[in-house]
Design a protein around this ligand. Structure first.
Ligand SMILES: NC(=O)c1ccc[n+]([C@@H]2O[C@H](COP(=O)([O-])OP(=O)(O)OC[C@H]3O[C@@H](n4cnc5c(N)ncnc54)[C@H](OP(=O)(O)O)[C@@H]3O)[C@@H](O)[C@H]2O)c1
Length: 280
């Protein structure tokens, strides 16, 4: 059970803190069971004061007594942090990486030993506990490891398990990068509101709340988006006139192309990383 497990978070920056906050506020874990690391002492002091967890700048000291290790450092440095801590990793520990674009194969080639490995692709909405996260497992991870990982990432949003490791690039292209597409859409809608006479503040609020409301409606009713679209397009009305323009502008094709190209880019970056990691 997650609540009784000793967890260490290696790198308590933005995502590490989002994870910590989710685990504690959802009561999925006790502060006494969590130890956080970072290279910045002042960062750790504020984390300790805010959440009541143990902290240290010594990654090995944090990992040794822990059963679950979550690597939340930047992809550029994860190889060196893994190498630094490799001596205290073994099959008794569940090792989770959230580093964007770093394939399990890269971690395996860097550590070169059997480990219960899990890779998770969360997104930036973790900060408001609304991340769409995907959990993928390495060959040695057990059903229990997958369940524990889902419990951890459900504390900062909603997550699903993906059997196919290989689809992680598609996840990166869709939900990992997705918030950026939506920010662009919201900003464009706000610009549109300003163009038709609204204040910037009102236009931005209305476009953001509209995206939130539409997403909530989809998730709560589980209706097909096409059916919900039909419900708001009355004959000869305003919404269908707007949709006609969006279709002429190729909105659907543009979004499909964006996800496809981001997926391809994620794959390319992953391949570069596998090469670099094995040379580290
Ligand atoms: N942010 C997102 O939206 C997002 C989404 C999906 C996945 N991710 C992944 O989540 C991971 C963390 O991202 P982030 O945005 O939270 O980055 P971040 O804010 O930079 O957090 C990483 C933390 O680790 C610290 N650190 C650096 N070297 C360390 C070491 N040797 N040992 C322990 N801690 C160390 C950093 O300190 P310094 O700042 O002083 O270097 C920083 O406080 C990344 O791999 C990223 O790809 C992030």
């Amino acid at each position: 059970m997650l609540k009784n497990k000793k967890i260490s978070i290696i790198g308590t920056g933005n995502m590490g803190e989002a994870l910590l906050s989710g685990l504690i506020s959802s009561e999925s874990s006790y502060p006494k069971n969590i130890i956080c690391t970072d290279i910045r002492e002042n960062r750790l002091t504020s984390i300790q004061e805010k959440y009541g967890v143990a902290t240290t700048t010594d990654n090995i000291k944090a990992i040794e007594p822990s059963e679950i290790i979550i690597y939340a450092v930047k992809p550029q440095i994860i190889a060196s942090v893994l190498k630094e801590t490799a001596s205290c990793l073994d099959m008794s520990k569940l090792v989770i990486s959230i580093a964007a674009g770093v394939p399990l194969a890269a971690i395996e080639s860097c550590l070169n030993k059997k480990l219960r490995l899990i890779r998770v692709m969360p997104n930036i909405a973790a900060f408001v506990k609304e991340s769409a996260s995907v959990v993928a497992a390495g060959g040695e991870a057990t059903e229990e490891d997958i369940k524990l990982s889902l419990d951890i990432f459900n504390s900062m949003g909603k997550s699903i398990f993906l059997k196919e490791n290989i689809l992680m690039d598609a996840i990166t292209g869709l939900s990992g990068s997705g918030p950026a597409y939506i920010f662009l859409i919201v900003e464009a809608l706000a610009d549109a509101g300003v163009k038709v006479g609204l204040s910037r503040e009102d236009a931005l609020f209305l476009s953001s709340q509209t995206v939130l409301g539409a997403a909530k409606l989809l998730l709560e009713t589980k209706e097909h988006p096409g059916r919900l679209k039909d419900m708001v397009t009355s004959p000869g009305g305003t919404a269908i006139a707007g949709i006609h323009t969006l279709e002429k502008g190729g909105l659907r094709t543009t979004l499909i192309n964006a996800v496809e190209v981001a997926t391809k880019r994620s794959k390319e970056l992953g391949e570069i990383m596998i090469k670099n990691f094995s040379n580290e």
